[in-house]
Design a protein around this ligand. Structure first.
Ligand SMILES: [Zn+2]
Length: 874
């Protein structure tokens, strides 16, 4: 039967008649999944009652139901979270009844029971599959191809019961059959609740924009989806405002009644549901396919770890992937939205066409820039202005090529025939861990690969001295990227174990190759092995602050990266005990995001003293904002809102960085014996906002602040002279949320700033050039002047001839764009012998922000050697 369901899900595998016949004869497959949030317990308990009822009942209704359906029950999606919450309940158990939902017995404690072991919300992980629970589930769902998919939750204890359908914003890829049947199921479920006098609702806060929830993800696979949200009754009962008690038993009962009602309704409508499922698949693939054909093209990059992560998640989702057998040319759009008519792609480019059975999911995961319906923008803006709150339940931008930072192009057609595409399957083979073993000078691991940073960390843990190249270099005719790890035999003269074997083991674990080199001579201007460009790293001793007021998600994703991905030892500290903690044991301290990191204020002197003595202090989001303060802060980085009247200095830093990147001095002017008649300044002069009164500036900024993004993808331009950005391309997509806007003065480095400069479209440039005749020179000058005065050089400055591209995907209001343009995403500055590294938004977001995770990994592993100054131990 599994094979038949698979054929129903792929119309290429059956004739039309056979497909139609299967839709009539096959039972429908219902997937009932409970309690992905461990402290939302009633669903898991209801699932056991349902399993018993379905297995034991001799009721004709149940027998009829089972004749029409196969029911798969995933009774408890999050055992770790449930265990944690049950332990909290045991610890807070009282003899006297406790029906106050604010009491610890009901509420639990940091980090609560919602998330899994590493504190990930698994109900956001379906598109990224970073957690083992999700990975197992994806394989199982792909094997069974469900037609109905229910996820059960709990919400606030004073709430009632919610089910599907959701309200706008709805992901534009959601199939029509899903929407149609969600409404039918809702009517039936409402009648079931009405019959018992139970209160319920649909929509309201429940949107369907982000595709990584259980129900949204399964709907994009074609299953009719449902979501239950029952009032959360931790245990016993909860007192309601009208004085009644809602008991835990009632919570379980509502989950059970809902489950049975939905299954009965599905059994009754089996044929129609299956027929619509098949017709939806026929729109995606096969001779009747009607969805627009397009292909995502991914040229191979030297970042093996990144390629692997990306292709792994695509293949785990069940997408069909091809590889170009030859070079080919096609029109293409890049991730910044820039079009090229004849883009050349090399052989080996990976190709993912959308016309395949999982077309909708594939589109939702990979497409660059989905838009909501216009009405949603109106509603959202009204809510922001009227109530200061957003209607968006989760993030608005998640496109995997951006979040994973994998260079990807969209071709507006199927796979080009020239590409000679052939299907590929994963995983791909592992390369040899060490080549050219006999080489006497050094072993080098290419820094283009994200795993090279983990290798550096793991080697140092084993007592190996490593260096990192801060520029690209070439040894023995072999090119190595910035950030490459160099293990010289000379540095490791005292290493007692077998150096080559140690490097080989570490590389084998990380799927890396270390290349032996016989010479450290860099041809031409390229760095040589003994110069300043190969910096000796200091073994990092990492500590990370946790518990309140730290945000569990931010803590969890940093913990996961350090412990699970990088595979390094670290200490996990209690922020409240910071006062009594001997920080001298560590040379790297990470403060994850924390809304109320205000609590750090009275620890500031200790943190500053520690950093000054040589520590690398890394802070994220709100915690970064707390450190970026004029009074009681550390360093020179500031929050934008604090420097509104003094923007000139900060703007100057932006201009200097850009000039340093672009400068092309005119030798004639440089070697002139006379001073110039006029100095050309690289910034535009005009009516500056700064000259306005302080109150006006504050008024404007608080207006812009209303519209800050809830998780949009922005383009960050990369300073390739910073060791922090090793492994990044010219720009890095960053996921941005929260209120922190960092401003770096010229004394502070900003390795990543928001906004990428690209040449302005020809039309705009052509305007002054097309002005006629000999007077054009003066005219140009006049035009320029006019343009200057009309373009207020606010924070959104762009160099002449360029325009800024900032928003990549997701909702970014123009007001917020104006506030964020040119702001720093990462800052680095020296503090005494140590350094301060601030991230404006979470770099390790959901273990899926791979571009910015690399910068974070560089910070914590290379930081003690690259940016801090540790003494030689005598
Ligand atoms: Zn939940």
């Amino acid at each position: 039967m599994k094979a038949d369901w698979a054929r129903l899900a792929d119309p290429r595998k059956v004739s039309k008649e056979e497909g139609d016949r299967l839709a009539v004869t096959l039972p429908a497959l219902a997937w009932m999944a409970y309690s992905i949030h461990g402290d939302e317990m009633s669903g898991a308990d209801a699932s056991l009652a349902m399993a018993y009822h379905l297995a034991a009942s001799i009721d004709p209704e149940v027998i009829n139901l089972l004749a029409n359906l196969v029911v798969i029950i995933d009774p408890l999606m999050n055992p770790d979270g449930r265990d944690r919450f049950l332990a909290m309940q045991a610890q807070n158990r009282t003899v006297q009844p406790s029906v106050d939902d604010q009491s610890l017995l009901h509420s639990g404690m940091w980090p609560w029971g919602r998330m899994n072991h590493y504190l990930f919300d698994m109900n956001r992980d379906w598109i990224f599959a970073t957690q083992p629970e999700t990975r197992g589930r994806l394989r199982a769902v792909n094997e069974w191809n469900p037609h109905y998919f229910m996820e059960s939750h709990e919400m606030g204890p004073q709430d009632t019961f919610l089910f599907m359908p959701g309200r706008e914003a709805i992901n534009p890829n959601q199939p029509d059959n899903v929407r149609k049947w969600e409404l039918e199921f809702a009517k039936d479920q409402a009648a079931t609740f009405d019959a018992r006098g139970w209160r319920y609702y649909t929509g309201e806060w429940s949107d369907d924009w982000y595709p990584g929830y259980s129900s949204s993800w399964s709907a994009l696979r074609g299953a009719v989806a449902n979501l239950y949200e029952q009032a959360g009754i931790g245990t016993d009962a909860v007192r309601r405002p009208e004085g009644t008690l809602e008991s835990y038993r009632e919570a379980v009962h509502k989950q059970l009644v809902s489950s049975m009602a939905n299954l009965t309704f599905l059994a009754k409508n089996r044929q129609a549901v299956l027929n619509d499922f098949l017709n939806e698949k026929r729109k995606c693939v096969g001779p009747q396919a009607s969805i627009p054909a397009r292909t995502f093209a991914i040229p191979r990059s030297p970042n093996g770890a990144r390629n692997h992560r990306f292709l792994d998640v695509l293949s785990l989702q069940g997408f069909e992937i091809y590889e170009a057998g030859g070079a080919f040319t096609a029109p293409a759009k890049d991730r910044l939205g820039l079009q090229t008519n004849e883009m050349k792609f090399p052989a080996g480019t990976w190709l993912v066409p959308t016309r395949q059975p999982l077309a909708r999911l594939l589109n939702a995961m990979l497409e660059f820039d989905p838009h909501t319906i216009p009405q949603f923008l109106t509603d959202e803006r009204r809510d922001l202005l009227r109530f200061g709150r957003t209607r968006i339940y989760d993030i608005t931008g998640w496109s995997l090529p951006m979040l994973f930072d994998v260079q990807t192009f969209e071709i507006p057609a199927g796979v080009p025939p020239d590409a000679q595409a052939k299907a590929v399957s994963f995983p791909v083979t592992i390369a040899s861990p060490v080549t050219n073993i006999e080489a006497s000078v050094a072993l080098v691991i290419d820094g283009a690969d994200d795993a090279s940073v983990a290798a550096a960390g793991r080697l140092m843990e084993r007592g190996v001295w490593v260096r990192v190249g801060d520029k690209p270099f070439q040894f023995d005719n072999h090119d190595f990227a910035r950030g490459s790890v160099v293990i010289t035999r000379k540095d490791n003269a005292n290493f007692t174990a077998d150096l080559t074997a140690t490097v080989s083991n570490v590389c084998a674990d990380l799927n890396l190759t270390a290349v032996g080199v016989r010479s450290g001579y860099g041809p031409g201007d390229l760095p040589d092995i003994g110069g300043e460009h190969f910096v000796l790293l200091r073994p990092p001793h990492i500590a990370i602050l946790g518990r309140e007021p730290i945000e569990p998600y931010s803590y969890g994703s940093a913990w996961h990266l350090i412990d699970h991905v990088l595979g390094l030892r670290a200490s996990y500290l209690d922020t409240h005990n910071l006062q009594g903690t001997d920080l001298r044991r560590y040379n790297v301290l990470v403060i994850p995001d924390g809304e109320s990191a205000e609590g750090l204020k009275d620890r500031m002197e200790a943190l500053k003293a520690w950093a000054t003595a040589g520590g690398t202090l890394v802070a994220i989001g709100s915690s970064a904002a707390t450190l970026a303060r004029e009074t009681n802060g550390i360093g020179g980085t500031r929050q934008l809102s604090d420097i509104l009247g003094k923007m000139d200095d900060y703007r100057q830093a932006v201009v200097r960085e850009w000039e340093a990147l672009q400068t092309k001095p005119d030798p004639e002017k440089v070697w002139s014996f006379s001073p110039p008649a006029e100095v050309v300044y690289p910034w535009l002069i005009g009516e500056s906002d700064d000259k306005a009164k302080d109150e006006e500036l504050k008024r404007k900024d608080s207006w812009r602040a209303i519209f800050m993004p809830a998780g949009a993808l922005l383009a960050g331009r990369v300073d390739d002279r910073s060791w922090l950005t090793a492994g990044c391309g010219e720009y890095v997509p960053v996921i941005y949320s929260g209120k922190t806007v960092l401003s770096a003065p010229p004394t502070v480095q900003a390795p990543v700033r928001l906004g990428v400069f690209s040449p302005a479209p020809a039309k705009k440039l052509a305007k002054p050039a097309s002005s006629s005749g000999a007077k054009s020179k003066d005219k140009k000058k006049d035009d320029k002047k006019k343009d200057e005065t009309k373009t207020p050089p606010g924070w959104t400055i762009a160099p002449p001839g360029y325009e800024m591209r900032l928003r990549m995907s997701g909702l970014l209001w123009p007001e917020a764009a104006d506030r964020l343009a040119n702001a720093a995403y990462v800052t680095r500055e020296s503090v005494g012998s140590g350094q301060l590294i601030l991230f404006a938004s979470d770099p390790t977001f959901r273990a899926a922000a791979l571009g910015t995770s690399r910068i974070f990994a560089n910070a914590i592993i290379c930081g003690p050697g690259m940016g801090a100054n540790e003494p030689i131990k005598p």
